[in-house]
Write a protein that binds this ligand. Structure first.
Ligand SMILES: [Zn+2]
Ligand SMILES: [Zn+2]
Length: 72
């Protein structure tokens, strides 16, 4: 069973419901951040070929932060 990496850092155990498409860490529902396309308007720098096309894409909070900074 894949576990949420962020919960694990906080000494909690939560089952992951998704993975970060950038770094691949497991994420529970609480820590998964929806990677809406508007964040990356005009470009799409992350490799997503391991994901099914129609699945929602998620990022961990670390990758969301670095993405916002990079595109600001
Ligand atoms: Zn979590
Ligand atoms: Zn990540």
């Amino acid at each position: 069973m894949l576990k949420c990496f962020i919960c694990d850092e906080n000494n909690k155990t939560e089952e992951a419901v998704s993975i970060c498409i950038v770094c691949g860490m497991g994420l529970c529902m609480e820590h998964a951040r929806r990677a809406d396309l508007e964040i990356w308007e005009g470009h799409y720098p992350m490799p997503v070929k391991t994901m099914e096309k129609d699945l929602p894409r998620f990022l961990c909070e670390y990758c969301i932060e670095s993405t916002y900074i990079a595109t600001d």
